[in-house]
Design a protein around this ligand. Structure first.
Ligand code: LLP
Length: 429
């Protein structure tokens, strides 16, 4: 039996055949808190964040964490202490920034459907800027800024029409996507914005997709954006920052290769320098590459079931806790917490208890599971808990953060009553 691949093999590691997160055996966490349970390595996310931050240090920059990837307030708070700003896409996320005692002045607000209420809350919180995604959004921000008698800092999210060659559901920078201002309309909209005294233009922004493991699409969209920056300059519109969108993709599988954040930062800065625009503040809205490999979802094998055509390893976590495999056919590494080389491996689908055929965590995996075994679904730190639901009236798992040999509960397991406590019984005959 080959020792299974670990996407972050520094902060997760094998010790005498047991899987550890930093200095803690994951089985100890499962024993103490039960399963399913999300576990995060603090040092993994810190190293991932600092990989960008250190590369950006020589240049004007703001490293904004895209909190949709994982919005636990403990994680927001720890990242803010490392110097992070935040990319938000809802008023709810801004509430989390504030609850986490992070600085709203370092918040950028993306998203195609910002409501008046959300814009008002963001202006009152004095966020860094709105990434404008449509012409009617300009009018809405003007209206709210007028009502509050403030000036709204704005950037335009341009859709650069660059193919990031990622899964169609997570590609965002193509003509057919709902995001951003069409490339050919960008200058026109900047002109319109510049006519409004309630708005202050500060930047330009794009986002072409997620889980992009190649640097080339980032460079292509940078070129496209810099053409606009130069055109605006000629019109007397000076920008202060350029926002390259999300971060790099991460390693889920052994045969994937990824770039270090510094390669991306250096390549992009070179592009700025070539056009004498090195003074522009560089912004990233990275989510997955900060938290993705820092997380594991631990689950217990409930039953091993041999079917006519397939074998099933039925576990106590499900698509409601981790939807990525079924939603995007995303492949996530699944390993036992204790290696059992003496057992014979067979091919299994790892499935949850939910009444849907789509309720799977992994398909056709070589495993030797026995009832009561513990498994880890790896690279589960990004778009795991934040995309979870209560489907089938299942409570959400707790979240535990490991730092060295210590671990901390950063979210408790939900109580079942919470799931229906806001529902109402009717008094019909
Ligand atoms: N900024 C904007 C405007 C975004 O839409 C996103 C992700 C990000 C930043 C962060 O991108 P990242 O650095 O994480 O690649 N749920 C999917 C991923 C959806 C990404 C949507 N936007 C998944 O689990 O693969």
């Amino acid at each position: 039996m080959k020792t299974p691949f670990l996407p972050d093999d520094k902060n997760f590691h094998w010790k005498s055949g047991e899987l550890f997160c930093e200095g803690v055996p994951l089985s100890a966490i499962a024993q103490k808190f039960g399963t399913p349970v999300y576990v995060y390595s603090y040092n993994s996310l810190k190293e991932a964040f600092l990989a960008y931050k250190d590369a950006l240090r020589p240049y004007p920059h703001l490293m904004c964490y895209a909190m949709k990837a994982n919005s636990n307030i403990a994680i927001i708070n720890l990242l803010s202490k490392l110097g992070a700003g935040f990319d938000i896409v809802s008023g709810g996320e801004l509430h989390r920034v504030i609850a986490a005692k992070a600085d709203p002045h370092k918040v950028i607000f993306s998203g195609v459907g910002k409501t008046e209420e959300e814009i008002k809350f963001a202006l009152e919180s004095e966020i860094k800027c709105f990434n404008i995604e449509s012409e009617p959004e300009v009018d809405r921000i003007v209206k709210v800024a007028q009502e509050l008698d403030v000036i709204a800092p704005v950037s335009v999210r341009v859709n650069p029409n660059v193919d990031a060659k990622t899964h169609p559901y997570i590609s965002t920078g193509l003509k057919q996507n709902k995001f951003g201002i069409a490339y050919q309309d960008a200058v026109k909209i900047y002109k319109k914005i510049s006519e409004h005294p309630e708005l202050k233009i500060i930047g330009i922004d794009c986002h072409i997709g997620s889980q992009i493991t190649d640097i080339a699409p980032f460079l292509d969209s940078c070129d496209r954006l810099l053409d606009i920056v130069e055109e605006l300059k000629k019109l007397g519109i000076e920008l202060h920052h350029i926002d390259f969108g999300g971060g790099l993709g991460i390693r889920y599988q052994e045969d994937e290769t990824v770039h270090h954040a510094s390669e991306l930062v250096e390549a992009l800065h070179k592009k700025l320098q070539e056009r004498e625009l090195g003074y522009l503040e560089m912004i990233f809205e990275a989510g997955r590459s900060i938290v993705g490999n820092s997380g594991a979802l631990i689950t217990e094998v409930q039953f091993v079931k041999y079917g006519e055509e397939k074998n099933f390893c039925i576990v106590d976590t499900a698509m409601n806790d981790m939807i990525r495999p079924t939603l995007y056919h995303a492949w996530m590494q699944i390993v036992p917490l204790k290696l059992a080389p003496e057992r014979k491996e067979e091919i299994f689908d790892i499935v949850g208890p939910i009444c849907e055929t789509g309720d799977f965590l992994g398909k056709d995996r070589e495993l030797s599971p026995e009832q009561g075994d513990l498994l880890a679904i790896l690279s589960a730190g990004a778009y795991g808990m934040t995309m979870s639901s209560h489907y089938n009236t299942r409570i959400k798992p707790p979240e535990i953060l490991v730092n060295g040999s210590e671990f901390f509960v950063i979210r408790e397991r939900e109580k079942i009553e919470k799931l229906y406590s806001s529902e109402v019984l009717l008094n019909f005959d």
